[in-house]
Design a protein. Structure first.
Length: 145
């Protein structure tokens, strides 16, 4: 059965001076403020669609890597994933251009080569990577702690 997840955004005003909020299901993703300035200038206490995309990718990737390591018989103790989405002007339009995934793994039974192979496979196989594929350049850097 397919899982559906919903988020809602409300925006008030024009793009440059306006502001908005976004939230997920009650109790899951709290209401957070968004603005154009948070996307292009400074973040402060507001978020951006790109930060939310990076959070989604980091969590999806960590699950995919954990699953892959588990199938290898080398379950992780801990995976620390940082995802960085780059939002840049390309020609006349703004675009998410890159997503960088940096992962540090605490996987006592894995060799560096095994971990790197699992990290690469997770970067290609997680559903958020699949959604971005062909539109955003994705890179994965991995190391064992």
């Amino acid at each position: 059965m397919a899982a559906k997840r919903t988020a809602q955004a409300v925006w008030e005003g024009d793009l440059a001076k306006g502001h908005g909020t976004v939230h997920g299901a009650p109790g899951a993703l709290p209401t957070v403020s968004v603005s154009w300035a948070a996307r292009t200038e400074h973040q402060g206490t507001q978020t951006s669609p790109e930060e939310l995309l990076a959070a989604a990718h980091a969590s999806c990737y960590s699950m995919a890597l954990s699953a892959g390591l588990g199938r290898m018989g080398k379950p992780p103790q801990r995976l620390e994933v940082t995802a960085t989405a780059t939002f840049d002007k390309v020609g006349e339009a703004w675009k998410v251009t890159t997503m960088e995934l940096d992962v540090v793994g605490h996987v006592p039974q894995a060799t560096p080569e095994e971990f790197q192979a699992a990290a690469k496979a997770a970067g290609e196989g997680c559903p958020i990577s699949g959604a971005l594929k062909g539109n955003v350049a994705i890179s994965v850097r991995s190391k064992l702690a």
